[in-house]
Design a protein around this ligand. Structure first.
Ligand code: A3P
Length: 301
């Protein structure tokens, strides 16, 4: 499959945010909604779910290596990760929509990525009892990462300055809606849907090997320890930053001069962005918004 057509990509523009079924969205993720809603999941599908900037690419690459790392070597050297793991709701002019990419995946199981909040996931995933891997990241680092992403990605809404962005983040005025509802909605789903593994970005940073072991046991994989160690090395931040198939350097709408896709990959970078006043305000809002959930995050490790 071809990588995106860069001349078409450059015609895309920064979209406006609008309300879609109670969630802030942009046209690139709703234009294909009928097909998304009616998407036919399979029992062996693995759905990767995250709020944007929580480590989607990281977990996608880990899963891709676990399942297909020893398959045809050209897959690893010529297919960018966003083609191997289709973004279900995406509908950009320069490449086929995510539903089509997923339908045409030659591999089994299919690895499919989505940022949808739990209530908007196509119902066939529940009906088929597909496995779901959710990765969550603490709100402060997630907000910082999202801010830099909106700055550099010309198909995301204009973020404004850091303070403007942060205020919008607290109001849930981001693409895919409030972080708070996303992480807690998926956390609650775990209580009634057992085929869901809820992971944390901070745990992955702390001990990637340990998390890989959890992942393998959830997926029923008996990947040998040497293989897991090899994967753990290959998915470290510096390795992925150098790897053209995982660093998004093949996507012309992203301006790496403003900020690279593989930016810092740290827990606690929020301390370099939040003022004392912003931090106090954020903690207040956080307490309020998260008062009814038991999910707990680490903002440092
Ligand atoms: P930062 O902007 O904080 O650096 P997503 O893939 O969901 O868009 O998330 C991107 C974020 O995950 C970026 O965070 C990116 O650097 C980080 N990331 C990607 N691969 C990583 C890795 N191997 N180790 C640590 N962080 C990683």
């Amino acid at each position: 499959m071809e990588i995106p057509d860069s001349s078409l990509m450059k015609q895309l523009s920064r979209p406006e945010l609008f309300d879609f079924e109670g969630v802030s969205m942009v046209q690139y993720f709703t234009d294909n909604w009928e097909k998304v809603k009616n998407f036919q999941a399979r029992p062996d599908d693995i759905l990767i779910v995250t709020y944007p900037k929580a480590g989607t690419t990281w977990i996608s690459y880990i899963l891709d290596l676990l399942y297909f790392g020893n398959d045809a070597p050209e897959r690893q050297t010529s297919q960018p990760i966003y083609m191997r793991v289709p973004f279900l709701e995406s509908c950009f002019k320069m490449m086929p929509p995510g539903t089509e990419l997923a339908d045409n995946l030659p591999t089994s199981p299919r690895l499919i990525k989505t940022h949808l909040p739990v209530q908007l996931v196509p119902k066939s995933f529940w009906e088929q009892n597909s496995r779901i891997v959710y990765v969550a990241r603490n709100a402060k680092d997630n907000a910082v990462s999202y801010f830099h992403f909106d700055r550099m990605n010309m198909v995301q809404p204009e973020p404004g300055d850091w303070n403007t962005f942060l205020q919008k983040f607290m109001e849930g005025k981001n693409v895919f809606g409030p972080w708070y509802d996303h992480v807690s909605g998926w956390w609650e789903k775990k209580l009634t849907y057992s085929n869901l593994l809820y992971m944390f970005y901070e745990d992955l940073v702390e001990d990637t090997g340990r998390e890989l072991e959890h992942l393998c046991s959830f997926l029923g994989l008996s990947t040998p320890i040497e293989e897991r160690e090899k994967i753990t090395k290959g998915v470290q931040f510096d390795a992925m930053k150098q790897n053209k198939m995982t660093n998004y350097s093949t996507v012309p709408v992203m301006d790496f001069k403003i900020s690279p896709f593989m930016r810092k990959g740290k827990v606690g970078d929020w301390k370099n962005h939040f003022t004392v006043a912003q931090n106090e305000q954020f903690d207040e809002v956080y307490k309020q918004k998260m008062k009814n959930t038991t999910v707990k995050f680490r903002t440092e490790i």
